[in-house]
Design a protein around this ligand. Structure first.
Ligand code: DGI
Ligand code: FE
Ligand code: FE
Ligand code: FE
Length: 186
């Protein structure tokens, strides 16, 4: 699928605010892809489609998650569903067959241990795109210009701290990703 076609679909699918967020992720992901040697066309398309399922109804997303064998997700925050389910619906409904793009969309909320650079770029770009406003985002943007691994870690620290402060349950994969990216102390 061409980027322009994906953009038209996303504009029709998502509310204005989420569409603007998406365009910010696309712009940021393209810059980061260039800097870190990731295919720009894949980064742009994955970014454009990353929140495709964000506003699907929860029971529909749960049904798809079960079809994917991700039953465990049903015990956690509903917000987690739109990433893996979105990857699947982008394939089923839009015919995007690229496995790299599938994976980047699926991993964009929790990350994953050993995720490739494309997934790292989308994961970080989602958190730092220009329309994001939260304490610490400027520092995160700075780190993202210097070191991609450090930016992944800092994004996870931000997400996990935020969830801890709200006393929200954290999905184990988020912690696994954090543990995989943080260097082991010896
Ligand atoms: O879809 P976006 O808002 O652009 O961003 P996202 O997909 O990265 O995150 C969506 C939400 O998911 C966000 O409010 C934080 C939440 N989240 C991320 N990781 C976890 C989580 N929620 C829980 N309960 N556990 C997690 O590990
Ligand atoms: Fe998302
Ligand atoms: Fe994110
Ligand atoms: Fe997003």
């Amino acid at each position: 699928m061409r980027l322009e076609e994906a953009k038209r679909i996303i504009k029709e699918t998502l509310p204005e605010k989420r569409y603007i967020h998406t365009l910010g992720v696309v712009e940021t992901a393209i810059q980061m892809a260039r800097q870190y040697g990731v295919q720009e066309d894949k980064a742009a398309l994955a970014a454009m489609l990353h929140d495709y399922a964000k506003y699907r109804n929860v029971s529909e997303m749960q049904r798809v998650a079960v079809e994917l064998g991700l039953d465990e997700l049903l015990n956690y925050d509903e917000e987690l569903l739109h990433a893996p389910v979105g990857a699947e619906l982008v394939k089923r409904e839009l015919g995007v067959e690229d496995a790299d793009i599938y994976q980047a969309i699926a991993n964009h909320t929790t990350g994953a241990p050993n995720m490739p650079l494309l997934d790292q770029v989308i994961f970080v770009a989602d958190a730092i795109e220009p329309n994001r406003h939260y304490p610490g985002v400027e520092q995160l943007r700075q780190i993202a210009q210097e070191d991609l691994t450090q930016a992944v870690i800092a994004t996870l620290v931000q997400t996990i701290s935020f969830l801890c402060k709200k006393q929200t349950v954290i999905f184990p994969l988020t912690i696994k990703t954090y543990n995989a990216f943080v260097p082991e102390k010896r």
